[in-house]
Design a binder for this molecule. Structure first.
Ligand code: FEC
Length: 311
């Protein structure tokens, strides 16, 4: 152990209802305690039903945590305690911090399984984890972003090369990420980081900006305020209408796992929009527990703790 104190790694993710009976409570948590209307609840429940009743996110997140723990051990030569901390489902971020403190950690690295920083998303995880760490008397070391992690760029480039094989030659790559309200994005690094990842991946694959690829936004909330666009569906419709492409390849670079926003919003909804627009559709595979990306994250966590591979 380094002289700086015992290390723990808090792996954070969005969380999902474990069964349909938990959807109402989960939705209420996302809405900061405001229960959804019956209509909103029915609409969300139908989306979960369309992907098989439950999201695979819980399973994927646990596999990611396990792979990061294994990589931490392989790199440092000893087991490093890890804990899961979720935003909207148990175990919550605060539970994860407490579990690490109880296991003897005095310094906790916070890693969110979303590569791009925005105050409203990744910043909110760190705020909660930091407050829990202060209460537990442990030091908190947040990782803000990892959008240019070499293993991530390699993974996305490979995934694009594989997925485009099934598409007509005249197709466009649409890098998508979760939209946020414009008011949350003033002075926020999120759009720029998304552009940087997409540019790095596109350069690796040999794509040219605009004729070959573009940035899009997905899954915007159904609220009256303005959300960042262009919306993925609009871009797909426009491509179909102008005939500038015969297919689209969606790369959901803002997410790291298979879940509702990928399996429903892209594989069902965006695919339907593309088919109606007369375009072929494909989507790149998700990172999930890819060993190279999980190892890159373990390396980053050790570097954040100043351990350089030694714990
Ligand atoms: O598979 C699953 O069960 C969970 C999938 C899931 C992920 C996810 C990731 C992000 N979200 C982000 C922002 C927002 C904002 C709102 C919002 C609302 C929802 C709702 C569901 C949902 N999100 Fe989510 N998100 C996932 C699921 N999200 C369900 C509620 C119904 C709906 O609008 O579809 C609006 C909140 C509000 O009303 O106040 C904003 C961002 C991410 C990516 C970063 C991360 O993973 O943390 C940003 C996965």
């Amino acid at each position: 152990m380094s002289g700086q104190g015992a290390l723990g790694v808090l792996v954070m993710a969005y969380g999902t209802p474990k069964d349909p009976g938990e959807i109402a409570g989960y939705y209420t948590h996302i809405r900061r305690g405001r229960p959804p209307t019956d209509e909103e609840l029915a609409e969300l429940t139908a989306r979960y039903e369309a992907i098989g009743g439950v999201s695979p996110l819980a399973e994927r997140t646990e596999a990611q945590r396990g792979a990061i723990a294994a990589a931490l051990e392989a790199r440092s030569g000893r087991a490093v305690p890890t804990a899961l901390g979720q935003k909207h489902a148990p175990p919550y971020v605060e539970d994860g911090v407490r579990a690490l403190a109880t296991s003897g950690a005095t310094r906790v690295v916070g890693l969110v399984l979303a590569p791009h920083y925005s105050r409203a998303s990744v910043g909110a995880y760190h705020e909660r984890a930091g407050a829990a760490a202060r209460s537990a008397g442990v030091e908190y070391l947040p990782i803000d972003s990892w959008h240019l992690l070499p293993a991530l760029v390699d993974f996305l480039a490979e995934a694009i090369l594989d997925a485009r094989r099934g598409l007509p030659a005249r197709h466009k790559v649409l890098f998508s990420a979760h939209s946020l309200p414009e008011r949350a994005l003033a002075g926020d690094p999120y759009p720029e980081q998304l552009y940087e990842t997409a540019s790095a991946v596109a350069a690796r694959v040999g794509l040219l900006p605009w004729p070959d690829w573009a940035l899009c936004w997905q899954s915007a909330g159904r609220t009256p305020e303005r959300w960042r666009g262009p919306d993925l569906s609009e871009v797909i419709r426009e491509l179909g209408a102008t005939g500038r492409a015969e297919g689209v390849l969606v790369c959901p670079q803002g997410f790291t796992a298979d879940h509702l926003e990928v399996l429903y919003d892209l594989d069902i909804e965006a695919r339907r929009v593309a088919e109606n627009a007369g375009l072929a559709f494909a989507r790149t595979r998700s990172v999930n527990a890819d060993p190279a990306v999980m190892d890159g994250l373990a390396e980053l966590a050790l570097a954040r703790a100043g351990c350089g591979g030694k714990v």
